[in-house]
Design a protein. Structure first.
Length: 275
């Protein structure tokens, strides 16, 4: 995996994790908030139910009718039951519900309020003291509407999350390509360098970042290498000149002292055994 793909992969992974965590938090927060809202409404229904059934003998007709209207407005989706201290249903139509067990009644006696769920319903229970004795009000409501809202939210979150993941991958690819472009240009220039052009610096990218620092460092290295090559070239030229000068002098001396050799075959003719 090259640098560009690795950069795109890491960026996509980081932002995907962030978006996933954010989506889960949003879903969980909405779920809990909606659940609390449902139980809050059930608590209100419990209170109105207790007043409607247990306070009838202490209210005027007008006051009782007012609570009756409130009760009927709240009860259209719910079923209620009022248990006495012995665990028998005294009021309401919620009879023989297996989810309202003796353990739940005992728990309600201790905590005064209780809320729980079954696969298809919400339950809320409230302790209600009255002059006739202690009573326990239970309200049961279907959770189909709640589940529909949560499922719609889940579908929206999943679609948005998939769109976000796709966008992140595409943008990461594009951004990594843009970010890698100066590096690719520098690599191409370095690859095309030859001995004849080694003294020419790499084009500056003026980015002010680590890549610019790398280019400046490499140009400084090229400058030192170019100077070294120039010194070596001058040294070779100097040595060649120094060797060539005495050889020329020796050759001239031999031609003076052995003119016959120079006429018949050059200096080498005077040394028949020279290889």
């Amino acid at each position: 995996m090259n640098l560009r793909n690795r950069l795109a992969f890491i960026t996509s992974l980081i932002f995907s994790v962030i978006f996933s965590v954010a989506a889960i938090l949003i879903y969980w927060t909405f779920y809990k908030s909606s659940e609390r809202s449902v139980f809050k409404e059930l608590e209100k229904t419990c209170l109105i139910t207790g007043i409607y059934y247990l306070e009838k003998d202490e209210q005027s007709g007008e006051k009782h009718n007012e609570f009756k209207i409130q009760f009927e407005n709240l009860i259209h989706r719910s079923r209620v039951a009022i248990y006495d201290a012995t665990g028998k249903v005294r009021f309401g139509d919620l009879m023989h519900d297996q989810n309202i067990s003796a353990d739940k009644l005992n728990q309600l006696k201790k905590s005064k309020k209780i809320s729980f769920q079954s696969p298809n319903h919400f339950y809320y229970g409230m302790y209600y003291p009255d002059n006739q004795g202690d009573f326990y009000v239970f309200v049961k409501e279907q959770n189909s509407e709640f589940e529909n809202q949560i499922n719609r939210l889940l579908a929206i979150v999943v679609v948005v999350l998939l769109a976000a993941w796709t966008s992140i991958v595409v943008l990461a690819k594009m951004l990594s390509k843009i970010a890698y472009r100066p590096i690719k240009r520098v690599v191409e220039e370095v690859r095309n360098k030859e001995i004849a052009t080694i003294h020419q610096p790499i084009s500056s990218i003026d980015s002010g970042d680590e890549l610019q620092e790398l280019v400046d460092t490499y140009n400084a290295l090229l400058s030192r290498v170019s100077e070294t090559f120039a010194i070596q070239k001058n040294f070779v030229s100097y040595v060649s000149h120094e060797f060539r000068t005495p050889l020329t002098a020796i050759s001239g001396t031999l031609e003076v002292f052995f003119p016959e050799g120079t006429k018949s075959g050059g200096v080498s003719a005077c040394y028949p055994y020279r290889t």
